[in-house]
Design a protein around this ligand. Structure first.
Ligand code: GRF
Length: 187
């Protein structure tokens, strides 16, 4: 099996990156992580790129045409698939057009509920019964592309933002690899 050369975009901790690196070391997993892009030099997740000797790149989103720069780097590394794993920037339309149905994102809620930021505080305020995560294709609208996989759990009265994050991320570490397997099995 020829693995798809994949770039992971991050902004922070990178625990999903770490998890995907772990899964991608399995011969039967459909992707190889060939590049990591971060929009922040402070992103702790870069440590995993360094540790596992994956090329990484910091992108300054304040400069003009920074998305063109991203496109060039992706082309240079022959990237054919992109995972957004805690990337806190919107992806431009030109990038979406170049990678139609080839960009996926993980979001910490049961979409279409709670698109955008601060999902856990809004869920608590809304007295939601269930939390969860969604892996979906990325389109021009925020957190709105087709869902690939969702996983859910029941919220209890003792849950706070910290426990909701913990429970959600535990599910994310299963959902993201499963979604990737599902995408390439259908291709
Ligand atoms: C994840 O919980 C994901 O749902 C959200 O950002 C978080 C990133 O966490 N989009 P990490 O950087 O992978 O640890």
């Amino acid at each position: 099996m020829v693995k798809k050369k994949t770039c992971i975009f991050i902004s922070g901790q990178g625990s999903n990156l770490k998890n995907l690196i772990f899964h991608s070391r399995d011969n039967s997993f459909p992707i190889k992580i060939s590049l990591v892009i971060s929009n922040s030099k402070k992103a702790k997740g870069i440590q995993y790129a360094k540790k596992y000797k994956i090329p990484y790149f910091f992108i300054n989103t304040k400069i003009k045409n920074y998305e063109n720069k991203i496109l060039l780097i992706l082309k240079k590394h022959k990237i054919s698939f992109i995972c957004l794993a805690g990337y806190m920037k919107m992806i431009s339309n030109s990038l979406i057009k170049s990678y139609q149905k080839k960009i996926v994102n993980i979001h910490p809620s049961l979409l279409p509920k709670f698109k955008g930021l601060n999902t856990f505080s809004r869920m608590l305020k809304n007295r939601e019964i269930k939390g969860g995560c969604t892996v979906h294709f990325v389109n021009e609208k925020l957190d709105s592309g087709n869902t690939i996989i969702q996983k859910e759990f029941f919220i209890n009265s003792e849950d706070d933002e910290r426990t909701l994050k913990y429970k959600t991320q535990k599910l994310e570490y299963r959902a993201f690899p499963e979604a990737i397997i599902k995408i390439f099995r259908n291709n």
